[in-house]
Design a protein around this ligand. Sequence first.
Ligand code: BGC
Length: 420
Amino acid sequence: MLFRRSCRQSAVRHSPFFGHSDLGISHLPAFCLFVLLSFCFAVILASCRTQAPFADAAFQPDNPLAMKPIVSHKTVAYRAAKLFMRGANLGNYLEVPPGQNWGVTVSADDFAAMRTEGFDHVRVPVGWHHYAGPAPDFTLSPGIFSLVDFVVTNALKNKLAVMINIHHFDELDTNPAVATDEFLKIWEQIAAHYQRYPAQLAFELDNEPHAKATTAVMNPIDARTIAAIRRTNPRRTIFVEPGNWGSIDELKNLVLPPDDNVIVSIHCYEPFYFTHQGATWAGDDVKPLKHIQFPGPPATPLVLDPSPALNRWVTNWIYRYNTLPPETNPSGPIAFGAKIKFARAWSDYYGRPVHLGEFGAYANADEQSRANFYAAFRQVLDNQKIGWAIWDWSAAFRYWDKQNRQPMPGMHEALFGKSK
Ligand code: BGC
């Protein structure tokens, strides 16, 4: 740990002065020097101690050395993180390609409802790239700006902080070298458009980089994008996600510029076989899954239809789900607790606030299990003092029952701890 290491080095370096006093220093100037140096030494030790509450003794920093810790935890980013504690994703809306409709409509009432429910921010996935003209300028159409302006303005009007991102920019994942110019140009335009907006508006560079957009590949691209945004938005809060879909395991590969207004966004959908049971877009493992409860084990062991054949690791997971007690059951808080704790320790060491930008459970799961899951996850996040945004507001992982204008059963209590 860099800061701790430097404390230890200074202790070693200064110890000979104590030795000098043993060597018979009796005249006044030497004594004064000794007192002065002892005082300095004490100050250095005290300043080391003031950092100690942030450090987790078990945490081993492993990032490339180019990732410099920011020692102060009083940065603009830490202040900004307080605006983004309890959020909802406005999913399946502005990230949808033009001409398609994924079943979500949004009106000004949605933002008022979010605020009344207790949310303090909204994360807005946007498919800007669908609205970009040809190279080299990649000019964004005014149409997408009016759609995003509507959301941002109504969120701010309802005292919600708001974060806009670039979502599902697949070209960046499949060919980052080629798509970087477009990525930069899109961000230059977004940054120019929103430069006079209040500090409650934040930018998130890229949702869930994955495939060829590894953390190592994205580090320099993100640094260039941050520099480009800073030309028009010197004080805007910027969220950055690590690779492998915003994985917590990828935090160790992040190299961020020494910018004091960057928050790191992570995603966690564990336990995946519970949260994505029956999802059609998340791989073959989860498609045949259903009736998985949270927490396990179920009262009656789950027996899945053997066709199509399930992978060995899925059947093994189901076996453990059916048999292990709640404390060690894979469909339980054990699936995410240690990860979130690691994120906290990483954040403390590197001096970068962390935000969980997506977690959630598909509405295929039974209502009680969903409520149990959101409650357990929210509790872990609150314990670790990490801000969060659920996936999602009113789509397939919904909090809000739009038809009946009320939260889905148990969801308000799960997230806010009390009934209204
Ligand atoms: C995707 C959504 C998806 C959700 C859960 C998000 O990042 O944008 O389309 O429903 O993850 O899988």
